[in-house]
Design a protein. Structure first.
Length: 528
C-alpha cells in the first residue's frame, strides 16, 4: 500500500510539473487553484502554483493552497468563475493597482500581477494560517485532517465521515438543548423557589432558557458545519443560514432578557419615593426592546451577507425627511428626556405652569397627562413643559396657611392680648403645625375691625390633609372666641348710639381683670 501511495504521489507531482504555471489574468490563477483541489482532480502541487511561493517548501505551499480553499469553503464564499475578470491588465480603480480581491469577507485574500504573471499575493499567502484559524476556531481545523481518514466511500453524494459528522453535530445539539431546557432549568428553578423568587422563575426564566439554548446550538453549528466540507452549493447556503441563526436567537434571548431587567427595575422603582420612576421603567423597557429588534434585524441581514449599506443610506435620507416633517414630535421626545433627567415633578404632584393647574397623572414620551381640579384631563406636550417655568406645589416641605381674624373695635386690649396668646397656644398644640416658625399678632387697624394676622405652616403630604388641618385650627379658634367672649366683626358700617334714655347701653362691660381673664384662658385649655 505504501508503495502504491508513493507511486500515485509521484505520478501526481509529475502531472503537476507538466501543467502550466504562467497565469495571464485573475481568472486563470483562481481557476487553477480551485480546479486542482476537486475530488476528481486532486493535484495540490498544481493548485499551489497559484500562490506566491517565496522560500517555502513544496509541502508548505501545498498545505497553504489546501487551507486557502478550506477558508473559502468554510466561510460560505462561493466563487463564481463567470464573474472573475479575464483581462490581463485588470486594474482596480479603488485600490489603484493590478489587484483583484476574491471576497469582501476577506480583503486580505487577493491576486496580484507580478510582471506578466498573476498570483495570490505574498501578503495573502502570509495571512492564510491566521485566517484558517479564524474560520476554524478552537482547534476544529485539526478535525479536517482526522474526519476524512474515516473513509472515502460516497453515499448519496456525501462521504461516510460527513454523515458521521452530521450525526455528531445533531447529537451535540440535542445534548446542549437537553442540558439547558431540562437540567439547568430545574436547577435554576430550584434556587429561585428556594429564595422566594417564584414569580421570576415562572414568568421570565422559562421564556429565556429556550432561545438561549438555541443560540448556543446555532453557535456550535456555526463552528462545526464548516468542518463537514459539504458540497459547495449546500455548504454555502447552510453556512449562511447558521451565521444568520446565531444573531436571530441572540436577539430573541436578549428580547426576553429585557423583561427580566424591567422586572427588577420595577421593583427598584417601587422602593424609591419618586413616583416618576414608575413611568420611566416601561418606557425604558420598550426602548430597549426596539433597540434589540433593530440590532438583531441588521445582524441577521449581515449573517446572510446582505448588503445593508443601501438600506442604512436610505434610512438616513428617509430619517432626515421624517425629522423635518416631525419636528414637533422630536421636540416632545427630547422634552420628555429632559423631564426624566431633571425630574421637576413626579406622579401625584400638584403643578402650576401658565394655564396648567392640576395633578400629574402620567408622563409619556410625547405628552404629560394632568388631572385638573375640575376633574378634566389636560394633555400637555412635553416640549412646552420642559421650556416653561413649573411651580411644583408637591415639592413643598410645609404648606402655608395665612388668614386674618377680624374682631370688633370695642374688644379691650387685655382681652385681645389673651385671645392672641390663646390662638398661639392652639397652633403649638396642633400635631401637624410647624413649631419653630409662625406669626400670630394684632397686625392692622382695618376699616371696621381690628385684625389679628395668623401666619402658620402645616407639615402634611397633600392638599386634603392641609384642608383638614385648616378646619381643625379654625374650629379651635372659634371655640376659643366663644369661650372668651371675643366677637368677630362684620364688614359693615354701624351707626351706634351709646345710650338711649331709659335703656341699657349697648356697649358691653368687661369687669374682669387681666388675671381673671388669664384664669378663664387656663380653664379653657384645661377642659380639653
Amino acid at each position: 500500500m505504501l508503495t502504491c501511495w508513493l507511486g500515485l504521489a509521484t505520478t501526481g507531482f509529475a502531472q503537476a510539473d507538466s501543467l502550466p504555471d504562467d497565469f495571464a489574468n485573475p481568472y486563470e490563477v483562481i481557476y487553477n487553484h480551485l480546479n486542482y483541489l476537486q475530488e476528481d482532480n486532486y493535484l495540490p502541487a498544481q493548485s499551489a502554483k497559484s500562490l506566491y511561493r517565496g522560500s517555502r517548501t513544496q509541502k508548505e505551499i501545498n498545505n497553504l493552497a489546501i487551507e486557502l480553499k478550506q477558508i473559502l469553503d468554510g466561510s460560505g464564499n462561493l466563487v463564481r468563475m463567470e464573474d472573475l475578470p479575464k483581462a490581463a491588465n485588470y486594474y482596480d480603480s479603488l485600490l489603484k493597482r493590478n489587484r483583484y480581491v476574491i471576497t469582501d469577507d476577506f480583503p486580505e485574500l487577493y491576486v496580484q500581477k507580478y510582471g506578466d504573471r498573476w498570483l495570490f499575493s505574498e501578503y495573502s499567502v502570509d495571512q492564510i494560517d491566521r485566517l484558517h484559524k479564524q474560520v476554524y476556531p478552537f482547534g476544529t481545523d485539526k478535525l479536517l485532517n482526522i474526519l476524512p481518514n474515516l473513509g472515502t466511500t460516497k453515499y448519496l453524494g456525501l462521504h461516510l465521515w460527513q454523515y458521521l459528522g452530521i450525526l455528531i453535530l445533531l447529537t451535540i445539539g440535542f445534548l446542549v438543548h437537553l442540558i439547558f431546557t431540562v437540567v439547568l432549568r430545574k436547577i435554576l428553578f430550584g434556587l429561585l423557589h428556594k429564595y422566594g423568587k417564584i414569580d421570576l422563575a415562572n414568568q421570565f426564566l422559562n421564556p429565556v432558557v429556550k432561545p438561549f439554548s438555541l443560540m448556543i446550538i446555532a453557535y456550535l453549528a456555526k463552528i462545526l458545519v464548516p468542518v463537514l466540507q459539504l458540497p459547495p452549493f449546500a455548504a454555502t447556503n447552510i453556512i449562511l443560514l447558521v451565521h444568520a441563526l446565531v444573531p436571530l436567537f441572540a436577539a430573541m434571548f436578549f428580547y426576553r432578557l429585557v423583561d427580566i431587567l424591567g422586572h427588577y427595575l420595577k421593583r427598584m422603582a417601587e422602593r424609591s419615593e419618586n413616583t416618576l420612576d414608575d413611568q420611566l421603567v416601561p418606557l425604558v423597557t420598550k426602548v430597549l426592546k426596539v433597540f434589540v429588534v433593530i440590532v438583531g434585524f441588521v445582524a441577521v441581514l449581515r449573517g446572510f451577507k446582505f448588503d445593508i449599506w443601501p438600506i442604512l443610506t436610505g434610512l438616513s435620507i428617509g430619517g432626515l425627511a421624517f425629522a423635518l416633517a416631525a419636528q414637533d414630535t422630536l421636540k416632545n421626545f427630547f422634552g420628555s428626556l429632559m423631564i426624566f433627567i431633571d425630574r421637576p415633578f413626579q406622579i401625584g404632584d400638584w403643578v402650576t405652569s401658565g394655564d396648567i393647574d392640576g395633578t400629574v397623572e402620567e408622563v409619556g414620551f410625547r405628552s404629560t397627562r394632568v388631572r385638573t381640579f375640575r376633574d378634566s384631563v389636560m394633555y400637555v406636550p412635553n416640549s412646552i413643559i420642559s421650556n416653561s417655568m413649573v411651580d411644583n406645589h408637591g415639592k413643598r416641605q410645609y404648606r402655608r396657611f395665612y388668614t386674618r381674624l377680624s374682631i370688633t373695635y370695642d374688644t379691650p386690649a387685655r382681652l385681645i392680648e389673651v385671645f392672641v396668646k390663646g390662638v398661639e397656644e392652639i397652633v403649638k398644640q396642633h400635631p401637624h403645625t410647624r413649631k419653630d416658625y409662625y406669626n400670630i399678632f394684632l397686625n392692622e387697624y382695618a376699616g371696621s375691625a381690628l385684625e389679628v394676622m395668623v401666619y402658620i405652616f402645616f407639615k402634611v403630604p397633600d392638599w386634603n390633609s392641609e384642608l383638614r388641618c385648616r378646619q381643625e385650627i379654625m374650629l379651635e379658634v372659634n371655640k376659643l372666641a366663644e369661650h372668651l367672649g371675643v366677637r368677630f366683626a362684620f364688614p359693615t358700617q354701624t351707626l351706634m348710639i351709646e345710650q338711649v334714655p331709659g335703656q341699657k347701653s349697648l356697649t358691653p362691660e368687661y369687669k374682669q381683670s387681666k388675671e381673671e381673664m388669664e384664669a378663664e384662658l387656663q380653664a379653657f385649655f384645661n377642659k380639653k
